[in-house]
Design a binder for this molecule. Structure first.
Ligand SMILES: Nc1nc2c(ncn2[C@@H]2O[C@H](COP(=O)(O)OP(=O)(O)OP(=O)(O)O)[C@@H](O)[C@H]2O)c(=O)[nH]1
Ligand SMILES: [Mg+2]
Length: 411
């Protein structure tokens, strides 16, 4: 008999620290995100541990007292996994794995794990595998204790440096092999991109879970995987889209996240080539998310890393249907009015003002609010790019208002 869908979640606890650079408020935001990541990876968070410290303990990340507290909680509550918000050093990971009776993961681990679960094409799998091996390489010494226990026996007097070296070499060889494999696929992909001809290229970029794929589906009438979990999209999807007779290429890309593991940015660089080669970026923002400004900041940071920060960009403030300012009580003298209490119209008068009318749009991809305006803006931008390239094609693409809707595209 078939069981009703029973998902067994691993029991997890989260650990984070409050430092001079990371206030308690900030930590809470990060832990909220870490909890969402855990859930995406198949875990259920039952408790959070926080500690205030000047800087992380180089041996155990948190202090000894806190670690004891965590340890007894783990034992009493049969916790499977302890997840640290920051990337642990190889030494910390090694020590913590010894001291705690549970799997020890950090944010990077978790993200890599989700990526591994979700990678579908051989290209995405190769990229994730490469990132995983790069993460593993400096941590091999920590793993040795496990291997050692398994092997034991004659001639195994502790982990000899030579054996660690052998393991390192195997991993290094594997890394070299994966890089070679990626290079080959990259070449093929570059050829494919080259074959796409003169069409203007538009790429959807943005933080994870902001609605990029939803928007792609809404514009392109395509079916891209949408889910209320993080990193629903790992592979880039390119679709030919037509707005009022004007064809262009629209790319959906992997979402970005704060504290993105450097190995991942590195190995996903080729996926991000689509972004690098785009003529126009649509930077999608989930305006209903309390930290959306932070999200924009980290997306811009990554765009800079891949040298795409100077591209023409339209900011798409999505999910306006869900946007809810915090209630501001005028009589409560303890609370100062801040951006949390802003209406969308007030937001428009902040720095958003400087983005320029043509480069910002407020929409709801699910409710199709302001969708006509969105199509208009994208049409104008794509048309401008097209006309700078092919001035003689002027007659082909008139002003938006005068352009005819292609039959298949009309509503
Ligand atoms: N309320 C509301 N929800 C939306 C809107 N647009 C998207 N969503 C929801 O947000 C969630 C994430 O949407 P996706 O389209 O998968 O987001 P994404 O940016 O592609 O995410 P990744 O691929 O994970 O980076 C889904 O549950 C969508 O239904 C919107 O305008 N309003
Ligand atoms: Mg997506």
């Amino acid at each position: 008999m078939l069981d009703k869908e029973t998902i067994s979640y691993e029991k997890a606890i989260l650990v984070g620290i409050i430092t001079q650079n990371q206030s308690e408020e900030k930590l809470n935001e990060y832990l909220d995100e870490l909890q969402f990541l855990t859930y995406t990876a198949g875990g259920e968070v039952v408790k959070r541990f926080k500690q205030k410290m000047d800087k992380p303990n180089p041996k155990t990340f948190v202090g000894t007292g806190k670690l004891e507290e965590i340890e007894s909680y783990v034992i009493e509550n049969k916790i499977d996994t302890v997840i640290f918000d920051d990337e642990l050093t190889p030494a910390q990971q090694k020590n913590l794995s010894k001291l705690l009776e549970a799997k020890v993961l950090d944010r990077t681990n978790l993200i890599l794990d989700i990526f591994a679960q979700r990678a579908e094409t051989s290209y995405a799998r190769t990229q994730v595998e490469l990132a995983q091996f790069q993460y593993l390489l400096p941590r091999l010494t920590g793993m040795w204790t496990h291997l050692e226990r398994q092997r034991g026996g004659i001639g195994m007097r502790g982990p000899g440096e030579t054996e660690i070296e052998t393991d390192r070499r195997i991993v290094r060889d594997r890394i070299a092999l994966l890089k070679e494999k990626l290079r080959t696929i990259d070449k093929q992909m570059a050829v494919q991109r080259g074959n796409r001809g003169a069409l203007v290229r538009v790429a959807l970029v943005g933080y994870t879970n902001v609605g990029k794929s939803t928007l792609m589906n809404a514009v392109g009438k395509s079916e891209v995987f949408v889910e209320d979990k993080l990193f629903a999209t790992l592979d880039t999807t390119v679709r030919k889209v037509v707005i009022k007779n004007l064809p262009f290429l629209l790319t959906d890309t992997v979402g970005f996240i704060r504290k993105l593991p450097t190995q991942l940015v590195e190995s996903f660089k080729s996926t991000l080539d689509e972004v690098r080669e785009a003529d126009l970026l649509l930077h999608v923002v989930d305006i209903s998310h309390p930290e959306f400004e932070d999200h924009i900041e980290s997306v811009n940071q990554i765009l800079k890393e891949i040298k795409s920060d100077d591209k023409q960009t339209i900011m798409i403030f999505n999910k306006i249907d869900k946007y809810q300012p915090e209630f501001f009580d005028v009589e409560d003298l303890m609370i100062e009015r801040s951006t949390k209490h802003y209406s969308i119209d007030e937001w428009k008068n902040t720095w958003m003002n400087k983005v320029g009318e043509n480069n910002a749009i407020f929409i709801s991809a699910t409710e199709k609010e302001n969708f006509e305006e969105f199509r208009h803006k994208v049409y104008d931008a794509v048309r401008d790019i097209h006309l700078t390239r092919f001035p003689y094609n002027n007659f082909l693409y008139p002003e938006y208002e005068d352009a005819f809707e292609k039959e298949e595209d009309s509503e």
